[in-house]
Design a protein around this ligand. Structure first.
Ligand SMILES: O=C(CO)COP(=O)(O)O
Length: 254
């Protein structure tokens, strides 16, 4: 059973884009068609956020890709949640596997960031996911539980949290999880939320899938009951492909 919330599609632009390419992408997105029953979020780099906030149409919501764990202050190079809300940025992606692995962000740190962001009025896309080695050595569920616990130990109110399941082996590799693999893990996450947080949170929280989602595979993944949307990397840089993904729930897979 999927969440009671709207289908959710996020585009994580990662560290991509120039003034020129971002402007082209925004105008492509402004011409794209998708149903109003889908929440569509785009996450440009910090440096492109003001341009995107100003120029993308109001069908889209804008997200940062990270924020600081505390208040604004003497934290060189960081951006605090209240600075994002001040810039009309309502969402933030936290705990992405690239930050977990490259910057060694741990489960509790990600959870603390999520709690801090929520306290300051941001909505959070909290990412979790196992590596191929963890999956193949039978540690997948332990890893996912640890990551979920990091969020659950810190976050009190889950209303503005979306959980993104992004298996590391599927990110940027072209090796998308099969619809059954995604469904199996999403169902596990939903059960974990029911048992460890609450039935209400489990029923209301959107659990989205990320990792090599594209315009060809999105509809079949979206047909799975517990897949409430997507977090898209590479394909979110192409307006046409991203628009197709935003329409995935409406399409019946061939
Ligand atoms: O990491 C991702 C989204 O956050 C997924 O990236 P790709 O869609 O490029 O595999």
């Amino acid at each position: 059973m999927g969440s009671s919330g709207k289908f959710f599609v996020g585009g994580n632009w990662k560290a991509n884009g120039t003034k020129e390419s971002v402007s082209k992408l925004v105008s492509g997105l402004n011409s794209a068609q998708f149903p109003s029953e889908v929440d569509v979020i785009v996450a440009p780099t910090f440096i492109h956020l003001p341009y995107v906030v100003e120029n993308i149409d109001s069908r889209y919501q804008v997200s940062a890709q990270n924020c600081w764990v505390g208040r604004a202050g003497a934290y060189t190079g960081e951006i605090a949640p209240e600075q994002l809300t001040d810039m009309s940025v309502p969402w933030v992606i936290l705990g992405h596997s690239e930050r977990r692995s490259l910057l060694e962000e741990g489960n509790d740190f990600v959870g603390a960031k999520a709690a801090n962001a929520l306290t300051h009025g941001l909505k959070v896309i909290a990412c979790i996911g196992e590596t191929l080695e963890q999956r193949e050595t039978g540690h997948m569920y332990d890893v996912l539980e640890g990551q979920l616990k990091g969020v659950a130990d810190n976050v009190v109110n889950w209303t503005d949290v979306v959980v993104a399941y992004e298996p590391v082996w599927a990110i940027g590799t072209g090796k998308v999880a099969t619809p059954d693999q995604a469904q199996e893990v999403h169902a596990f996450i939903r059960k974990w939320l029911a048992e460890k947080v609450s039935q209400e949170v489990s029923a209301a929280t959107r659990i989205i899938y990320g990792g090599s989602v594209n315009d060809q595979n999105a509809a079949e993944l979206a047909s799975k009951g517990d897949v409430d949307g997507f977090l898209v990397g590479g394909a979110s840089l192409k307006a046409d492909a991203f628009a197709t993904i935003c329409n995935a729930r409406a399409k019946v897979p061939a």
